[in-house]
Design a binder for this molecule. Structure first.
Ligand code: NAI
Length: 306
């Protein structure tokens, strides 16, 4: 199989590395900057004999070279600088994402699209519009990352392995995201039995600010290792038809009482894209929080579509 990664910056190149080193697919890395994707691809290829994988990685500035891809991942656009919110990226990234998606679909009409560029939920909606694909074939990556951040913080707090911690973060990829604590467990034991309320609240806040925490430390841009891992998990579930149940930005048509919006909800991902949207029970307060998060995505969506 072949995966096109649009944007050869921090997230795009790290994702290309993950995909190739896991032997998931060949990668076509495309960017507007001449020489950049070619250089990154060559550098990655020069490690192939050491890392021992079979994936071919090529870099290009030309969409013709992306033809026939099974999955297209969009990472093109600006990343945050310290003090910026994801929403500050809206206008610039909307144009980049819309145009990139239009060009990519022309050469890969059968692809599944996975969007990473921020503000995530709005960019995913724009990609759906730009490609004209059925909504099941366009999805956004955010919930896997936000959930893995919460997973990490819980694991660090309890001194257990992250793999033993199961978390669920729903809603938009912004400050109003909804970590659903009732569904967070350590091997089935609710974390509410393992930590006091104040500790949980602290970890929830840290998760909501998880992206900003890294932006502040790096000073030069945003996170990319965990984002690339998160995206590669989704790519893998699609390419290998694994049916992983992952929090994914999906197009809602009545689920959770929401319509005509992309928002993070638990989805089963397989070779047809989003194969099922799981509607978990939410308390009134959780449902309200999800709707508040959706409201803020909607505001940005209206600006982007205007
Ligand atoms: P970066 O600045 O390192 O890379 C972005 C790349 O996009 C650059 O190489 C740039 O030349 C390229 N680019 C710009 N316009 C383009 C176009 N029209 N066509 C092709 N390439 C183009 O940024 P980074 O760190 O890789 O982040 C990329 C995006 O992903 C940002 O918007 C960031 O906020 C978002 N992000 C989202 C996450 C999520 O959970 N959804 C997590 C991490 C990052």
């Amino acid at each position: 199989p072949q995966v096109t990664v649009i944007g050869a910056g921090n997230v795009g190149r790290t994702l290309a590395q993950r995909i190739s080193e896991k032997n998931l697919a060949d990668v076509v890395l495309i960017d507007i900057v001449e020489g950049l994707p070619q250089g990154v691809a060559l550098d990655l290829m020069e490690a192939q004999g050491i890392e021992l994988h079979d994936s071919q990685i090529i870099g290009t500035n030309n969409y013709e070279d992306t033809a026939g891809s099974d999955v297209v991942v969009i990472t093109a656009g600006l990343a945050r600088k310290p003090g910026m919110s994801r929403d500050d990226l809206l206008q610039v990234n909307a144009k980049i994402v819309y145009e990139s998606a239009q060009k990519a679909i022309k050469y890969s009409p059968n692809a599944i699209f996975i969007v990473i560029t921020n503000p995530l939920d709005v960019m995913t909606y724009l990609t759906w519009k730009a490609t004209g694909l059925p909504s099941q074939r366009v999805m956004g990556m955010a919930g896997v990352l936000d959930s893995s951040r919460l997973q990490t913080f819980i694991a660090m707090e309890l001194g257990v392995c992250s793999a033993d911690v199961s978390t669920m973060v729903l809603g938009g990829h912004g400050d109003l995201m909804l970590p659903v604590i009732r569904y967070c467990t350590v091997h089935g034991v609710p974390i509410t039995e393992l930590m006091d309320e104040a500790t949980i609240e602290r970890l929830v806040e840290r998760t909501r600010n998880g992206g900003a925490e890294i932006v502040k430390l790096l000073q030069t841009g945003g996170a990319y290792y965990a984002p690339a891992s998160s995206a590669s998990l989704m790519v893998e579930s699609v390419l290998r038809n694994q049916s992983r149940l992952l929090p994914t930005a999906a197009y809602l048509e009545g689920q959770y009482g929401l319509n005509d919006i992309y928002l993070g909800v638990p989805c089963r991902l397989g070779c047809r894209g989003i194969e099922h949207i799981l509607e978990v029970n939410l308390t009134d307060a959780e449902r309200q929080a999800l709707h508040v998060s959706a409201g803020s995505v909607r505001e940005n969506l209206n600006i982007a579509l205007a």
